[in-house]
Design a binder for this molecule. Structure first.
Ligand SMILES: Cc1cc2nc3c(=O)[nH]c(=O)nc-3n(C[C@H](O)[C@H](O)[C@H](O)COP(=O)(O)O)c2cc1C
Length: 182
């Protein structure tokens, strides 16, 4: 069974990461949630910890359980890194090698498959900066899945930007698990 790191960013869709964590755990995988500080405005570590059955890393101060920084330990043992949802800000950090928090630091230290599931306002997604960041990440081997091309957004507009549905997220994560860990 695989070790899956679920990165969670500051998006209204962050609560959906809880459903994904729960399904992966029920399938027998070890799930470790790493939240950006902004994600905590949208989902609680208690929810993610309970459903993932593992401690949740939210800040560098949470990393007191081991002399090796936990985000480095997780980067070394993860089979898959899935960012659900991925914010425009975190995609920008990833594309430009910035590591202000545990999730972006883990990304830089990690060498396996990376799945990015963006969710944001359609104009944010369409902005040339976001599009360029998505292209950079794809060129470096990340898979960008979504966002949906239409649907009602939390900001009240209809259009592009929604996180893809839970079934798609779980299916894509399972498909990216290296064969040796299935
Ligand atoms: C109510 C609300 C909803 C937001 N939803 C999103 C979103 O879906 N996608 C996004 O990229 N940013 C969204 N933001 C802005 C991010 O929270 C902000 O850019 C934050 O700095 C992202 O930090 P992170 O990338 O470290 O998680 C939202 C902000 C608010 C106040």
């Amino acid at each position: 069974m695989a070790t899956i790191v679920l990165g969670v960013c500051g998006s209204i869709a962050a609560y959906k990461a809880a459903g994904v964590a729960s399904r992966l755990v029920k399938l027998g995988h070890a799930v470790h949630c790493v939240c950006t500080p902004a994600a905590l405005q949208f989902v609680t570590p208690l929810t993610l910890m309970t459903l993932s059955r593992n401690p949740v890393i939210c800040t560098f101060e949470d990393e007191t359980t081991s002399w090796v920084p936990v985000h480095i330990e997780l980067a070394q043992k993860a089979d898959v890194l899935a960012i659900v949802p991925a914010s425009a800000n975190t995609m920008a950090c990833m594309a430009h090698g910035m590591a202000p928090n545990a999730l972006t630091s883990l990304y830089l230290a990690y060498r396996g498959p990376v799945l990015v599931f963006p969710a944001m306002n359609g104009d944010m997604w369409d902005h040339p900066a976001t599009q360029e960041n998505a292209r950079i990440l794809e060129q470096r081997g990340c898979r960008i899945i979504g966002p949906e091309s239409c649907g009602m957004l939390a900001c009240g507009t209809e259009g592009k930007g929604r996180l893809v549905d839970e079934d798609t997220i779980v299916r894509e994560i399972l498909a990216s698990i290296p064969a040796s860990q299935c």
